[in-house]
Design a protein around this ligand. Structure first.
Ligand code: HEM
Length: 397
């Protein structure tokens, strides 16, 4: 009897062990699938309900620090219910993301000013009524174009979006939205500029309207103080940390003198430079931005400098030859932010602490910047059945 009971216990033990091992194997596989997804494979059965996350191979040399964090970024945002899809065009236009990347890469090779232009466009689109490509619409009888509103007068890159879109139309007409083109092109521009590569969801649709007055009201002015800036970004769902991380977009691009000349010559009508600017930077910037007769310009209030030049000069944002990211924050710490709004990050304790944190920790910055760009790219998107897919990005279809 005792022997029988021992054999029975042994059988139960073996059975439990088997069940445990099977469970562990299954669980590990699922984890593996999530963390190391298979590369996109178009020959897969499309009808399958189960679609593992597919992350495209990195398009540009990416610092190894970010590779391990890439799938983690998707997981971190996974819990949010999402109106968009990862790799939305995998069946309808499988080459879409590759086409955007190739064209941006090509344009970047011949015109290095491409990346900042495209990065700025997404901010000016997404902040105003969401990422719906409304900023791209030309004026017409029905369209009160955002392009003509004050904060957008110096936007560039509309022609670049048209080039990318026309390549997509050749491959799959009427499929890929201009809103997705903007988001993908900005993502690739960041990576090309030495910033982090981040995954983006797709499936946005384009607006049938533009919001010129809203653009004028909600886009920040280069003369806003820190309280107003934080208020503006909070109204779009960004906290202090996210706001500080987004500002690193000013690591690249050009900034025209008219936006900061008051800081060099006549800050707050004091006839003196801005005391928050490094005194050694002032003469350096003055050699590029000359004081001329006083003429006020609505775009630049409250500066009293001359902006009526035919070709307004500007200086490179990364005037210290810096790479994307932490160097921007080092400049701010040294009082070398060019825009008043950039330097305002040091005017509040919370934002100042984030500037210090990002200056000290490149990994932290790259991770946070990637997450914030993903958030910016998903602001109030339009999905079917609302919106439309435009054929030409500057016109309603
Ligand atoms: C307080 C918020 C911001 C203000 C007041 C601001 C203002 C400006 C101004 C005045 C310029 C110079 C434009 C010119 O001279 O043509 C500029 C350039 C730029 N901004 Fe911002 N910006 C802000 C935030 C952002 C954000 C959040 C992003 C992106 C995520 C961004 C991306 C850029 C880029 C990439 C450029 C360079 C554009 C180029 O070279 O054409 N900015 N910004």
């Amino acid at each position: 009897m005792a022997i029988c009971s021992r054999i029975w216990n042994f059988v139960i033990f073996l059975l439990s062990l088997y069940i445990y091992l099977e469970f562990a194997k299954q669980h590990k596989l699922v984890m593996k699938e999530k963390l190391f997804p298979e590369p996109p494979n178009n020959s897969r059965d499309n009808s399958s309900e189960f679609r593992p996350l597919k992350i495209p191979p990195p398009p540009f040399p990416i610092r190894p620090i970010f590779l391990s964090a890439k799938s983690q970024l998707l997981e971190e945002t996974d819990h949010l219910s999402h109106p968009l899809d990862y790799d939305f065009y995998r069946h309808s236009c499988p080459k879409a993301e590759r086409i955007v990347r190739t064209v941006v890469q090509h344009l970047h090779r011949v015109r290095p000013d491409v990346a900042p232009a495209l990065l700025r466009l997404i901010f000016h689109d997404c902040f105003v009524q969401g990422c719906d490509a409304s900023v791209l619409l030309d004026p017409s009888d029905e369209i009160d174009s955002e392009k003509e509103s004050l904060p957008n007068l110096t936007l560039r890159g509309f022609d670049l979006i048209d080039i990318i879109k026309s390549k997509l139309e050749e491959e799959c007409p009427g499929i890929v939205s201009c809103a997705d083109v903007l988001v993908l092109a900005a993502r690739d521009s960041v990576a090309l500029s030495g910033g982090p590569f981040y995954p983006v969801y797709t499936g946005r649709r384009d607006s049938v309207a533009a919001y010129s007055n809203l653009a004028r009201d909600v886009l920040p002015s280069p003369h806003d103080n820190i309280s107003l800036l934080l208020h503006t970004f909070a109204s779009r769902g960004f906290d202090e940390k996210e706001t500080v991380s987004l500002f690193a977009a000013h690591s690249i691009g050009v900034i025209r003198c008219k936006f900061f000349k008051d800081r060099l010559y006549d800050f707050n009508r004091s006839q003196e430079p801005d005391p928050s600017m490094d005194p050694e930077l002032v003469p350096l910037l003055r050699t590029k931005c000359h004081k001329r007769r006083s003429v006020s310009s609505p775009e630049s209030q409250p500066c009293s400098c001359d902006f009526s030049t035919e070709e307004e000069p500007g200086i490179l944002m990364n005037h210290e030859g810096s790479a994307f990211g932490t160097q921007y924050y080092h400049s701010i710490l040294q009082g070398r932010g060019i825009l008043y709004t950039d330097q305002q990050l040091m005017a509040a304790e919370a934002t100042g602490n984030w500037v210090r944190a990002y200056a000290a920790d490149a990994f932290l910055f790259r991770r946070d910047f990637a997450l914030t760009m993903m958030k910016l790219s998903d602001l109030r998107v339009l999905t079917a059945p609302t919106g439309q897919i435009r054929f030409s990005c500057s016109k309603v279809a």
